[in-house]
Write a protein that binds this ligand. Structure first.
Ligand code: F6R
Length: 245
């Protein structure tokens, strides 16, 4: 595990964008695993800026997103389809047909989960997976559990996750209580994993995930096993582990 320490969110975003852009430059047809939420937004903005300057070409890139809320249609503002379109895909030269997000409107959700796992395999797996970190240690929407769930699955979102995400909705009651998420094995099979974590509200999760035991009760802790995992985190997110790094 590598840790890149930054002063703040802006620096964290730039470092993460540097890693992602190096990946695209070295392998223009990379398969990128992407996340939504506040953590990767700055990195996406930086990638867009470099694309607009002519430094990056997304025309051969393929993307698979981690998750989607069940109960929201792709055009709804809070859906992760919309998030990705608004904050990245619509502003770069990616072929929209090469962007994949779980279809949480599928009539048969368990068939959709299987389809998504097959899709990731058929793309040849993920070259670089970008992750945020839930305050409860979740990655994707793999919530604290008794076991590590392997493949893409339907998950009941914990109250703490719904509370954390209510800032994107009119209130907690509007936050869906289920989602489809890639599983832990989908994530750790990626060749490289990069996580961005910023702010004091992530400090406990960073400590528990990367300086404590590997346990499904802290899903991100599995990343300690990964052969090429980089945590890009700012001073606040690292505030409880500063003496160890
Ligand atoms: C989003 C996702 C989640 C978020 C996590 C952190 O696609 O999979 O695991 O990365 O909830 O969210 P933020 O970045 O909003 O704090």
């Amino acid at each position: 595990m590598k840790i890149i320490r930054t002063k703040n969110y802006e620096q964290m975003s730039r470092k993460a964008a540097n890693i992602i852009s190096a990946q695209i430059i070295l392998k223009p047809n990379s398969v990128l695993g992407l996340a939504t939420g506040s953590s990767p937004l700055g990195a996406y903005a930086q990638l867009i800026e470099w694309y607009k300057k002519g430094d990056l070409d997304f025309s051969a890139v393929q993307t698979v997103n981690l998750d989607e809320y069940i109960g929201l249609t792709p055009d709804q503002e809070q859906s992760y389809h919309r998030f990705m379109y608004d904050n990245l895909f619509s502003q770069i030269n990616i072929d929209q047909r090469n962007t994949y997000i779980p279809n949480a409107c599928a009539a048969d959700l368990s068939a959709e989960c299987k389809r998504y796992d097959h899709l990731i395999k058929s793309l040849g797996g993920i070259d670089l997976q970008l992750l945020g970190l839930g305050a409860n240690g979740h990655i994707g929407f793999n919530e604290p559990d008794e076991i590590f769930k392997k493949g893409t699955h339907v998950v009941h979102l914990s109250l703490s996750t719904r509370e954390a995400n209510q800032r994107f909705f009119s209130g907690i009651e509007a936050v869906p209580d289920r989602a489809i998420t890639m599983g832990i094995f989908d994530i750790i099979q990626a060749d490289r994993v990069v996580m961005v974590a910023s702010g004091a509200n992530k400090a406990e999760a960073v400590r528990d995930a990367f300086f404590g035991p590997i346990t499904p009760k802290v899903p991100a802790s599995i990343l300690q096993f990964h052969k090429d995992f980089t945590l890009v985190a700012d001073d606040e997110a690292l505030s409880l582990v500063g003496e160890y790094i």
